[in-house]
Design a binder for this molecule. Structure first.
Ligand code: PFF
Length: 447
């Protein structure tokens, strides 16, 4: 007899868990620096359009596949179409590659919380602080391990008692902190100009690169094409409305990304102009923001509150990345949750150590010209995720038919509001766009 599958208690439990999977480092760390790099408002506009069309179609598909099969990706794709079993394996491989480096970055966040607890506000604002920390050998590894353990504790506790409960507690705290900091920021002199830079689209900054960056961000931020939504979908009860849930998750995730940009961009702009926004790229959160915390009144408390916020969102997201792996191992190889967690931890340490050391002692080892962390990020976001999304679109759009999904969505007699848009996206727009993006990415890499 198979053990009874864990489930979320209901619609709200699912939406909160899925939203807290989606809301993570992608929103707080990645979205602001990409928006800053790609011209503020114009990036936001492209991102929102993609999320409402492409993101909506893929998320609906993944959740429906999960609920229909009641399995995580490896078995789920096989049940939908034997020929596409390999896409299921790919979908399970993506979180396996992501979890280690996600935990490395989560470890950096942990370190910054202690920076503000210890009152190292001024030290953290120096140019060498961040590089010095991630270039060290033991300290980042130590924080990486703590972050991995925090994630594992929630996953071990299971679907309802661990994942759903953590989301229900942490999501409201997150919203309170985010709104508190936003209000505070509006009262800092000079931020209005920054808000304008952030929100008003400058159409002359639009390029094909903007679309590629926004697309990669959409996969990352909505936790798509990596088995997570299939896995979480497999834990939903049959009477929950999928269309309503997808809308709520998308709105939640996009609102938090927009707010995160609002927390980061206007103050950096106010203190150091456009150059300050683009100078550090991915370092925006770890390098530019601490400089500002050091200059403002109450900066130590702001810094602490900000990085606590980032930590909460990062943990609930890495939990979902780990759950997708653990659940795949449990379904495919009939392992217990404990054993599946143990295997996942071992693999994460094996891949996490080079991801961390690649910024320091192993910095001279390069794969395709990249350090380990950047390589894993590139491999997952730019190669494997578009491939999984492409495989999923072809399987549903051209092999088994969109009816497989639309029937699941309307199984309780719900109306499928944007059904025509859905069918168009999965059959035509999504494969075409994905092929273009895959070709352009590989040309950019090797050309
Ligand atoms: N969607 C979450 C985030 O934005 O941080 C979690 C996540 C999962 C991010 C998988 C990236 C990723 F590849």
């Amino acid at each position: 007899m198979e053990k009874k599958r864990g489930t979320f208690s209901g619609g709200l439990g699912f939406v909160l868990a899925a939203a807290s999977s989606a809301i993570g480092l992608g929103n707080l760390w990645r979205f602001p620096y990409l928006a800053a790099q790609y011209g503020g408002g114009i990036f936001i506009l492209v991102y929102i359009i993609l999320a409402l069309t492409f993101g909506f179609a893929l998320m609906t598909t993944e959740i429906a596949i999960g609920r229909k099969t009641k399995k995580s990706p490896i078995v789920a794709y096989r049940k939908i179409s034997e020929k596409f079993t390999f896409v299921g394996y790919l979908a399970a491989l993506v979180p396996t590659i992501i979890l280690p480096y996600y935990c490395v970055i989560g470890g950096w966040v942990l370190r910054y919380i202690f920076v503000y607890v210890q009152g190292l506000t001024t030290e953290a604002a120096t140019d060498s602080f961040f590089g010095g920390f991630i270039g060290d050998t033991f300290s980042p590894l130590f924080y990486f391990l703590i972050f991995l353990i925090l994630t594992t504790l929630v996953v071990i506790a299971g679907v309802e008692k661990g994942i759903e409960k953590a989301s229900k507690i942490l999501m409201p705290i997150l919203l309170v902190i985010i709104i508190g900091i936003s209000v505070y920021i509006m009262f800092i002199p000079g931020t209005l100009e920054g808000i304008r830079y952030y929100l008003v689209p400058a159409f002359d900054k639009f390029s094909f690169k903007t679309v590629c960056a926004a697309m990669g961000q959409m996969f990352f931020s909505l936790s798509l094409a990596m088995g997570i939504m299939v896995t979480y979908g497999s834990y939903i009860k049959d009477d929950v409305s999928l269309t309503k849930s997808v809308n709520q998750i998308e709105i939640f995730d996009t609102v938090v990304a927009l707010l995160a940009g609002f927390l980061v961009i206007p103050i950096v702009y106010a203190f150091s102009g456009e150059a300050g926004l683009t100078a550090n790229g991915p370092g925006l959160m770890f390098v530019s923001l601490p400089k500002i915390f050091a200059q403002m009144a109450g900066g130590r408390i702001m810094g602490f509150a900000f990085f606590m916020l980032v930590l909460f969102t990062a943990v609930t997201s890495s939990v979902s990345v780990m759950e997708a792996i653990v659940s795949s191992l449990m379904d495919r190889f009939k392992l217990s949750r404990g054993k599946a967690c143990a295997i996942t931890i071992i693999v994460s340490i094996i891949l996490g150590v080079p991801s961390s050391m690649g910024n320091g002692a192993w910095a001279n080892i390069k794969i395709l010209g990249m350090d380990f962390l950047s390589f894993f990020d590139y491999l997952s976001n730019s190669v494997l995720m578009p491939l999984v999304a492409l495989g999923t679109s072809i399987m549903i759009g051209w092999v088994v038919g969109t009816k497989t999904v639309t029937d699941e969505v309307t199984r309780n007699g719900e109306k499928f509001g944007r059904k025509k848009l859905y069918e168009f996206m999965i059959k035509y727009a999504s494969p075409v766009l994905l092929i273009i993006i895959l070709v352009v990415y590989s040309l950019a890499q090797f050309g």
